[in-house]
Design a protein. Sequence first.
Length: 288
Amino acid sequence: MDHARRTLIAALAAGTLLGVTGASQGRGREMPPVRIGLTPVFLNDQMGFLLAWKEYLEAKLQRPVEFVQRQTYKEITDLLLGGRLDFAWICGYPYVRNRAKLRLVAVPVFNGKPLYQSYLIVPADDRNTMSLDALRGKVFAFSDPDSNSGHLYIQYLLRKMGETPATFFSRTFFTSSHRKVVESVAAGVAHGGAVDGYVWETLLGLQPDLTNATRVAARSPYFGHTPFVARHDIPASEFAAMQAVLIQMEDGVQGQSLLRRLNLDGFIPGEPKLFDGIAQMMRAVHGG
């Protein structure tokens, strides 16, 4: 079986979202792809965006690129820790939990800061709820068990109150994405939800009818924004190349266009201490 066929079969078996394109065509020997893990993308034109970003990265890295998408943070983290991915864009919570096994490549900059918040949202016609306390005995939507803004932060608040989600709410459920939390609250399926503030603000521009059906009842302190990370044994040259490409996106017209579609200012190298607040909440909730 030739190399190209083996690559295709392996990609399909791994659930690759987008395969190799023309970046490596015309070469005597095809370079192995850079494998990048993603959780659900919230943009309306997610396929178009990922194709454009893939082409951009391939041109800059001079390597084929594969995006691998999964529904949960745990699936992507497990693939990364198992060496089946080279890089991934994940949440700060799984990064903190696995910091010794991962390398921080870059942190996105949103509204001038490498930070974001968790939003407590409620239906727009609920004008009374101003804090988590008012949702006792109600139905609540979380995004992902390994999400900081969509789960850990609310667990932390409840822990300080001597409660857990099971004792405080009448029912909880996970939607697998922040966008679906917004949809659940907007539709009245949940009385409240925890959502990534960056996602909510971005959806406000993309789909205002949806977002305006909800209201932000409370905001968390600022946390380190969702990091772009690498497996710990990534070759130094590959790490440096990916980091440079991400940081330099804001310097060119094409990169700026992609960043606008993401509603980001750019990427910076970042520092692990950005995520100390998440680490403190994790210890408070889970001990250790």
